[in-house]
Design a binder for this molecule. Structure first.
Ligand code: R5P
Length: 292
């Protein structure tokens, strides 16, 4: 089936790479806001009978979702055979239970919403914790891609004698795989979060690894409190400044500067969200998935 790739605003750089590697057609589109803030969407490419691929990473999701919804609805109305949403960062995964009475379980609502207007979702390392697969939430087919190979290669090429550190129990799923690939030891810390910016970390038996290079790996860096508290703890324990690797670097507010100031030796992310810290390129992962 002919593949047509449309970039949502801000995703043109990734769409261009995918178009080139897939030899796909570039979808022409106009997306803008009216003076009153409402969205305007138009396509200038015939999509009849084609697979339409929408590229839109979804950090800061609330403002990005309406254009994605409108564009997807439009191409379906114009006869697209299939709409695939490529969202390298998939939001609304962390509120996967009612932590306090009366709270919305937004991971569930969001999955229903997205499943309602796309036919397929491709994403990278979604935050799966109490849900073990996207199929537990989404009613459309989902391809979940992983950066563990990219992270392991980076560590092998750049870091001597690493100790892979995950900040909390859910991180074990990715750090164990990175440790397996790098043949490095790993430890999982104990995290308690009591608020958006209130995080406590415990690191049992960290002294055993005092001479290693600590490599902290988490899936998301948002406020960076998780990483900051861990960096401070490791430094207090007498370890070297850690290399901090986050797959999705959201860096809310002043998070990047605060993490640097806490003493991170280096901060590295994948380009699921474009940022100056990007050193891990996800393009090939996406292209392979789209070829399949
Ligand atoms: C949640 O458990 C995630 O895996 C991350 O640890 C979390 O989202 C990081 O958030 P922050 O940077 O705000 O501490």
């Amino acid at each position: 089936m002919k593949q047509i790739v449309f970039a949502l605003p801000g995703n043109e750089w990734l769409a261009e790479r995918i178009i080139t590697q897939l030899s796909a057609v570039k979808g022409e589109t106009e997306i803008r806001h009216f003076p009153d803030g409402e969205s305007y969407v138009r396509v200038g490419t015939d999509v009849l009978g084609c697979q339409v691929i929408l590229i839109s990473t979804l950090d800061n999701p609330d403002s990005k979702l309406i254009p994605v919804y409108f564009l997807s609805s439009l191409v379906k109305e114009l006869g697209a055979a299939k709409v695939t949403l490529v969202a390298p960062y998939l939001p609304y995964m962390r509120q996967d239970k009612r932590f306090k009475q009366g709270e919305a379980i937004t991971s569930y609502y969001f999955s229903r919403y997205l499943s309602g207007f796309t036919d397929e979702l491709i994403t990278i390392d979604p935050h799966l914790h109490r849900k073990h697969a996207l199929s537990d939430l989404y009613t459309i087919p989902c391809q979940t891609l992983h950066t563990s190979g990219l992270i392991a290669d980076y560590i092998i090429e750049n870091i001597k004698d690493p100790l892979i550190i995950g900040p909390d129990s859910e991180s074990e799923q990715w750090i164990s795989e990175i440790a397996r690939r790098t043949k490095a030891p790993y430890i999982v810390l104990e995290k308690t979060r009591t608020g958006d910016k209130e995080v406590k970390i415990k690191a049992p038996r960290i002294e055993e690894y005092i001479n290693k290079t600590p490599v902290l790996v988490d899936d998301i860096i948002s406020t960076a409190r998780t990483m900051i508290e861990t960096v401070l703890l490791l430094k207090k324990a007498g370890m070297q400044s850690p290399v901090c690797i986050g797959i999705h670097g959201i860096f809310a507010e002043n998070a990047l500067n605060e993490l640097t100031a806490a003493g991170a030796k280096e901060i590295i992310t994948a380009n699921t969200i474009r940022h100056e810290s990007n050193k891990l390129d996800i393009t090939d992962l996406l292209v392979t998935a789209l070829r399949n």
